[in-house]
Design a binder for this molecule. Structure first.
Ligand SMILES: *[C@@H]1O[C@H](CO)[C@@H](O)[C@H](O)[C@H]1NC(C)=O
Ligand SMILES: *[C@@H]1O[C@H](CO)[C@@H](O)[C@H](O)[C@H]1NC(C)=O
Ligand SMILES: *[C@@H]1O[C@H](CO)[C@@H](O)[C@H](O)[C@H]1NC(C)=O
Ligand SMILES: *[C@@H]1O[C@H](CO)[C@@H](O)[C@H](O)[C@H]1NC(C)=O
Ligand SMILES: *[C@@H]1O[C@H](CO)[C@@H](O)[C@H](O)[C@H]1NC(C)=O
Ligand SMILES: *[C@@H]1O[C@H](CO)[C@@H](O)[C@H](O)[C@H]1NC(C)=O
Length: 366
């Protein structure tokens, strides 16, 4: 008994030692880097711009509204660019594709730098056929639609989900019934036995806000609201003129606009499926569909940092019309340039930073 306990202690001590060393080697910032960051933060607070892909970052680096300070810092596999837009000091960082990359990058940005707010921008798929390719869209809410409780074959909407009684999973947000999308005549209306894939229930994220009462007890949130002050400031741009044509002959079929919509949704899922697109449109009132925004939203929500998401619409997700995807391809750089123009004008409208907001949102490094 005693020998066994001793053995367990020894093994856990070794394990901790190993992990501790690992952490020192791979995660901690060098003191030199920390000093660089401290010096950068002296000039803060900054607006943080989180950008999924290089093709969305490059046009901003090139935009005349962005004055680069010609310095950047690399760490944890990310490059942080410093500069100014209007009266605002900004940090630009490329996150990479998907929810994990977006979360890691946003968290790194918020814990190491003095950030007063976050702007996330990029291209998104469109689930809303009232709007068109090239429209630049701002949603009120963002949700992660990739957290699922996938129901056992044979159970139905009247059955509790696993762990539902503990408050972990819920049926309240809606579900995807695969059987509704089978194309075998006569089978669609029959019960819970018509498709082995059965039902998927959408789950809110478990979050741990920095000012929560108990950091080991999360709370649940599906829809995260963008900051209302930023939303109102952005709405002043609603009549902004966006380019429609690449040259005298080649123009988008609709004049693009800055539009304000209800919901956008993200998941680490590339949606190229019309049935799924109309399902999330009908069930969740989604316009933009992408793979990062809700992740940035969820991190900002937990760190209590104001954020906004600005996403330009590409073609209807899963559209079978080759004209649509051709249009999206032809106008890709026009669409991104319009988007970057909106982002730059938005940042220019933000009031000068006060030292008050600096001390409020400054988060000390890990
Ligand atoms: C940036 O601008 C330079 C010079 O005008 C140009 O050569 C380059 O292609 C531009 N890059 C992008 C990604 O727009
Ligand atoms: C499935 O389709 C039926 C019939 O159209 C509809 O009433 C029901 O709401 C759909 N269920 C889901 C979960 O989408
Ligand atoms: C169902 O499948 C058949 C061929 O198997 C096809 O002709 C039909 O268009 C499909 N129905 C729909 C609504 O797509
Ligand atoms: C579904 O199929 C079963 C077995 O074929 C049948 O007994 C039942 O009545 C059907 N239910 C509905 C709602 O059509
Ligand atoms: C902390 O707990 C109190 C009392 O239960 C509650 O009113 C408050 O909203 C909680 N705060 C957070 C941030 O969850
Ligand atoms: C939105 O951002 C502004 C400006 O930073 C801030 O003053 C305000 O408290 C934020 N609103 C919410 C609801 O967090």
């Amino acid at each position: 008994m005693g020998v066994r306990a001793l053995f367990v202690m020894l093994v856990s001590a070794l394990f901790m030692l190993f992990n501790g060393q690992n952490a020192l080697v791979s995660c901690a910032l060098s003191s030199e880097l920390q000093e660089q960051i401290n010096a950068i933060n002296e000039d803060g607070p900054y607006m943080g711009l989180v950008i999924p892909n290089y093709f969305e970052l490059a046009p901003l680096l090139n935009n005349s509204g962005y004055i680069s300070s010609h310095s950047c810092i690399d760490f944890s596999g990310r490059r942080f660019h410093f500069g100014v837009i209007g009266q605002k000091s900004v940090i630009l960082v490329l996150s990479g594709l998907g929810m994990i990359n977006a979360a890691i990058t946003t968290q790194l940005l918020l814990i190491h730098f003095s950030i007063e707010g976050v702007v996330h921008y990029g291209i998104a798929g469109n689930a809303n056929d009232e709007h068109h390719i090239g429209d630049v869209a701002i949603s009120h809410y963002w949700g992660h639609l990739g957290l699922w409780s996938w129901q056992r074959y044979g159970l139905g909407p009247q059955d509790k989900l696993p762990f539902e009684e503990n408050g972990d999973y819920t049926r309240k947000y809606g579900y995807l019934r695969f059987a509704n999308y089978t194309n075998v005549s006569g089978s669609a209306e029959n019960s819970s036995y018509d498709n082995f894939l059965n039902n998927v229930y959408y789950q809110p994220e478990e979050v741990f806000p920095i000012d929560g009462n108990n950091t080991e007890q999360g709370k649940h949130v599906l829809w995260v609201q963008v900051n209302d002050t930023y939303y109102n400031i952005a709405s002043r741009l609603k009549n902004m003129k966006l380019d429609k044509c690449i040259n005298s002959k080649t123009c988008l079929s609709h004049t693009p606009h800055l539009i304000f919509v209800s919901n956008g949704a993200s998941a680490s899922i590339y949606v190229d499926n019309a049935a799924y697109r109309s399902f999330i449109r009908d069930t969740f009132k989604v316009t933009q569909v992408d793979m990062e925004s809700a992740s940035v939203a969820l991190i900002c929500y937990q760190q209590r940092v104001p954020f906004i998401v600005i996403r330009a619409l590409s073609n209807l997700a899963g559209s079978e019309s080759s004209e649509d995807s051709h249009e999206a391809e032809t106008f890709a750089s026009l669409i991104i340039n319009n988007l970057v123009k909106v982002v730059v004008e938005f940042v220019k409208l933000l009031p000068a930073s006060s030292s008050l907001s600096s001390s409020k949102t400054k988060i000390s490094p890990m």
